[in-house]
Design a binder for this molecule. Structure first.
Ligand code: PA5
Length: 468
């Protein structure tokens, strides 16, 4: 039996479909191939030289063993709570939405593991409501704190709050039983605390940035605990690794995807909309936003020249956003490239009810499948966009499974690396995020950031003349 695949379809970006003004001609594709092929080679070499560490995550057998061991050790807990933010939370959310049922947390019959919560913020109302609910359930709850450094203010605040609560309700010794840390193997604040308290722990691999870490222990533990087949997830990534390592541009979906995005950016289409036609994939559009934005939004190129480069990623959901965004997408500026995500076989389906005799105009829906309606809505939107000469790509999942999700993750991570090389920037740093992190510490009166606090305060003083 053929294993399910993720396929990349790009005809709707060509001049053949869109005309020369908005589409890519054969000659332009060949120029892109010429420019991109050496970069595929460069990326393959960088990977061999251990400079692109996320590329080796499908093969991390030791980590997978440790993840499974820890996951088996928490079997039977009722709630599993991830404390983290950004790259240390977003992949966990995306995997859960994609690979577990919509009602997972609410319906015991629909789940194979504990309820999963990923806090991913420091909103006081959200936190209060969550703490009020979890308070009486702490003895049946495991917390997985994920932070490479342990100094990220949001994660540290969540963590300190949970530690105090555990200590108050269940005693100091309970921390060791209820907390699992995922952090740097050797250094940092969370490593120090972990070693001191003797928490069970997993490594955030060296050289893998948060947004590229979903296939590491960062994303794997909560997935494994919640019944997701992590072997197949990694097998899917491995399968895609073969495809995206191919030197021939036209056979390499990451290369063609990156090149198309790069080409349209240069032609003024600087907004990339990812629009899944699948609720399960909606949080992967969020994950993609972080991957794309943090990796490609850079002030300087590799030679140090100011370039202010970066496509803006936007998340949309089909069919919901047809009734919200498509007016703009069709008749607003032609400055976007669309990437649809579709699913051929939803595996679970529902038949639409029968139209009443008084409304024969609804007969076209009677006894039809929801999957047919949703997929036709995608084709309809694609057609409507083409009528307005809007370029679009489709990533088609045969079905949603750990194996195809692994392929998708690896495809977009490698696409990001190749796009970074095309733009000539460093896709793996995020210097602009750091200032905001430091400024938060300064504003929260961290003594180490007192000088920065002095700089911030006059600039951020509210000027009453501008309040209406
Ligand atoms: O992609 C990134 O690097 C960020 O989103 C980080 O993952 C995020 O800021 C959390 O960092 P840390 O894991 O150090 O707490």
């Amino acid at each position: 039996m053929e294993t399910p695949q993720v396929k990349f379809y790009y005809k709707n970006t060509t001049a053949e479909v869109l005309g020369k003004e908005h589409g890519i001609t054969k000659q332009q594709f060949n120029e892109l191939a010429k420019k991109t092929e050496p970069l595929i080679k460069q990326l393959n070499n960088d990977r061999k030289a251990k400079k692109v560490r996320y590329r080796d995550l499908p093969y991390q057998t030791d980590t997978v063993k440790s993840v499974k061991k820890i996951a088996a050790g928490v079997k039977g807990c009722e709630n599993f709570v991830v404390l983290g933010i950004g790259g240390s939370a977003m992949g966990n959310i995306a995997l859960q939405t994609a690979l577990n049922p919509y009602m997972y947390n609410l319906d015991e019959k629909q789940r194979k593991g504990p309820r999963l919560f990923v806090l991913d913020n420091v909103d006081p109302q959200q936190m209060r409501s969550f703490l009020d609910w979890i308070d009486g359930r702490l003895d049946r709850t495991i917390f997985n704190v994920i932070s490479k450094s342990g100094r990220t203010a949001e994660t540290a605040a969540q963590f300190l709050t949970i530690c105090s609560l555990l200590e108050k309700r269940l005693g100091k010794n309970s921390l060791k039983k209820h907390i699992i840390a995922t952090t740097d193997a050797k250094e940092g604040t969370l490593r120090k605390i972990t070693d001191n308290f003797g928490f069970r722990n997993l490594p955030v691999p060296d050289g893998v940035g948060g947004r590229f870490s979903v296939l590491s222990a960062v994303g794997l533990l909560s997935a494994a605990v919640c019944g997701i087949d992590i072997d197949n997830l990694l097998a899917g990534a491995e399968r895609m690794d073969k495809k995206v390592s191919q030197k021939d541009f036209y056979r390499n979906p990451a290369a063609v995807n990156a090149a198309i995005n790069y080409h349209f950016y240069k032609r003024g289409k600087r907004i990339s909309v990812m629009m899944p036609y699948s609720y399960a994939l909606k949080d992967f559009a969020d994950w993609y936003r972080q991957l794309w934005a943090e990796s490609l939004g850079k002030v300087k190129n590799l030679s140090g020249k100011e370039v202010f480069v970066g496509p803006t990623p936007i998340k949309a959901l089909g069919a919901t956003d047809q009734h919200s965004q498509v007016q703009l997408y069709r008749q607003g500026p032609n400055d976007k490239l669309f990437t649809f995500l579709t699913v051929q076989d939803f595996e679970k389906d529902v038949e639409i009810g029968k139209a009443p005799a008084v409304a024969p105009e609804l007969n076209f829906l009677s006894r039809q499948k929801f999957s047919r309606l949703l997929n036709n809505e995608k084709t309809a939107t694609e057609y409507a966009l083409l009528a307005s000469k809007r370029p679009n790509l489709t990533i088609a999942f045969d079905k949603i499974s750990p194996y195809t999700i692994g392929q998708f993750i690896y495809l977009f991570e490698t696409t990001t690396s190749i796009a970074g090389l095309l733009f000539g920037i460093d896709a793996y740093d995020q210097p602009a995020v750091e200032l905001g992190k430091d400024a938060t510490l300064a504003l929260m009166s961290s003594s180490e950031y007192a000088d920065l606090a002095k700089k911030i305060k006059p600039v951020m003083k509210i000027d009453k003349n501008f309040i209406i």
